[in-house]
Design a protein around this ligand. Sequence first.
Ligand code: PGA
Length: 311
Amino acid sequence: MASPSHVAASAKSASIQSRPACPLFNGLRRSSFEQCTFSFADLQKIVAPRSSKGVVSMEGTGKFFVGGNWKCNGTKDSIAKLVGDLNASKLEDGVEIIVAPPFLYISQVKDSLTAPIQISAQNSWVGKGGAFTGEISAEQLKDIGCNWVILGHSERRHIIGETNEFTGKKAAYALEQNLKVIACVGEKLEEREAGKTFDVCYEQLKAFADEVSSWDNIVIAYEPVWAIGTGKVATPQQAQEVHAAIREWMAKNVSPEAAKKVRIIYGGSVNGKNCAELAKQEDIDGFLVGGASLKGAEFATICNSVTAKKP
Ligand code: PGA
C-alpha cells in the first residue's frame, strides 16, 4: 500500500505537471534569465491551493534534515562543551542531522560525538588537491570521515566572491568524490526588494544543474541573505513561497522525480522559538542553522521540530 507521503507526493507530481509553465524555463541550458516574467503574484496563484490544505506534511520524500553550520566559531574547549551538550540531548527519530565545524575541529568532533549526527565541512576545493594554498580538498574530507559539504553559502558568495559557476563546479567535484552536498541559494535584500528573488535563486540553481549529473546526494538550502545572522527570520509564508518555487523549478528543469525527492531546507535566523511554525510549511524539509546551532539544547529543539510535521 502506498504510504501517505507517497500519496501526497504523487498528488504533488500531478499538480506540478498541471500548473502553468513559466514559458522561459524550457531547459537547463537556457541562455538568459532576464526575460522571465514569472512574478511573486504568479507564484502565489500556483502555491495557494496547496498551502491552504492545512495538512502538515512534507512535500519532499526524504527525511527531515537539520544542519548546524558552526562557521568560524569555537575553540577546542567550547567545541568539547557543545559536543557534550549534543551527546546529552534527546533527539527525535526520523531526522537526518549534520554539524559543520571549522575544518580544524572536524576530527575532534568526529571522535567525541556519540549522538546520531553526521559531520559536514563548510567548503571544499573545486578539484583535486595540489598547490592551492589554504584550500581543503574533497578527497581530504573523505579521508577524515567527513561525508557532507556545504557549498555556495552566501558568506562564500558575497564575502569571498565565489561565483555561481565556480560553486556549481565545486558541487560536481564534491559529488564525484562521494561527498553529499548542501547547496545554498538565496537572494540579497536589494534583490528581494527589486522583485528578483526567484531569478536569483533560479540562476544559482541552474549553475548547480549545469554541472551535476544527479541531485540524489544534494540537499538544497534556501537562505535569504537578509535573514542570515540578522535575527530577521523569513516568515513561514515567505519561506514556503520560495521553497515551492524551487521545487517547481526542479520539476521543470531537472525532473518531477528529482523535485519530489530533493529536500529543501530553510536557513536564516532559525531558532528554538520560530522553528516549529516554519517546519509546518509543506515545502520546508528542515533547516540550516547558524547562530542557534552553537547552543546544544537549542539546536536539539530545532532538530526535534520534525514533530511539527506530524498532522
Ligand atoms: P543564522 O545562519 O542561523 O545564524 O542566521 C544561517 C546560515 O548561515 O546557515
